[in-house]
Write a protein that binds this ligand. Sequence first.
Ligand code: ADP
Ligand code: ASP
Ligand code: MG
Length: 411
Amino acid sequence: MPVLVMKFGGTSVANLDRIKRAAKRIGVEVAKGYDVIVIVSAMSGKTNELVGWVNETSPLFDAREYDAVVSSGENVTAGLMALTLQEMNVPARSWQGWQVPVMTTSAHSQARIEDIPPANIMAKFDEGMKVAVVAGFQGISPEGRITTLGRGGSDTTAVAFAAAFGAERCDIYTDVDGVYTTDPRICEKARKLDKIAFEEMLELASLGAKVLQTRSVELAMRYKVKLRVLSSFEEQSDEAGTLVCDEEEIMESNVVSGVAYSRDEAKMTLVSVADRPGIASIIFGKLSDAGVNVDMIVQNISDEGRTDMTFSLPTDQVGRAEKAMNEIKGQELNYEELVTDLDVCKVSVVGIGMRSQSGVAAKMFKVLSDEGINIKVITTSEIKISVLVDRKYMELAVQALHDAFELEKAA
Ligand code: ADP
Ligand code: ASP
Ligand code: MG
């Protein structure tokens, strides 16, 4: 039998009615003759609640116990989905990550999937099971402990299963009907894309468009998984939603194809650090050891052998970063002051057309300046430009850039 992977995000399994609705959709695919692997998220809001409980109990928590707690939301929906399908006379069984097993690295809270041996689930399909409902977002480490894959990780579970089982397609059912030029919730002119190139989706995801987890796009690109994003709230045809595909499959595209934002950014500056070889290595080595994911980095021009070092990081890692920097303040770094700015966000424009067309950065900076928005940090790559700005300007910046690059119009 051909295998299909269907993933349902938090809002699509938010209550028993929605689980029923999703189960009906699964039933349609089973009736077409597929063996279906369903990946479920926790009910919407559940993971946030669990993360909150962990933070309240232990602010600089042991990530192994964080995983033990936050992985539990998916277990509930997997069991409920299997029961709902059984009530519809669809032979279904639920699987937690460790039962499959979804084998991951031991990087707790940010683990990567290393292998998914298909044998156990395949044996059940051979016995007549039609749907394997798998708890997304979780796996098991070589040490035998439960791991999680980072926020939004069920998308990655889905693509990894599609690759491991040679699925015909991986359908990501969510609360919007596809990938848009920007988040339709903050820009009403956002336009749904029928297709988007892997490279662009990868950038958008890594710059904050949470419709797909970055790692899921990476895996789909590497293993040539046919990946589709569509709504779980509407009746769906086989062409619905957005297909994430190779660049060559897209005939025309705008120079800028999307705008992304990331709300939860913070900026830290080490004021007046000694400017000598090895300093950056000490700072960023220490941050990395503390599990801090540094994003943008700027080093000022040196003045009398001293410089300022600025970097951005997710807001929820500020506590760890401050602790790490305080630990090396006296002995090695001897900086004057550590300044933290919690009210920033990152706004980015993305497009593979930027490879061949110049002037995008100049236009972006002009648009922001016309709106009176001050840019704090800039980074660029071949197909994206990102800026850090005050968070209060986030929506304004996204909308102004969407307008200026005329993203509401198709190429
Ligand atoms: P799920 O719970 O189904 O995994 P998520 O909340 O993780 O859903 O992702 C879907 C959300 O992503 C949408 O509700 C939308 O607000 C947001 N989003 C951000 N950028 C985009 C974009 N470019 N296209 C579509 N949705 C986007
Ligand atoms: N429930 C997890 C989260 O909210 C994983 C997911 O939904 O993809 O991050
Ligand atoms: Mg998600």
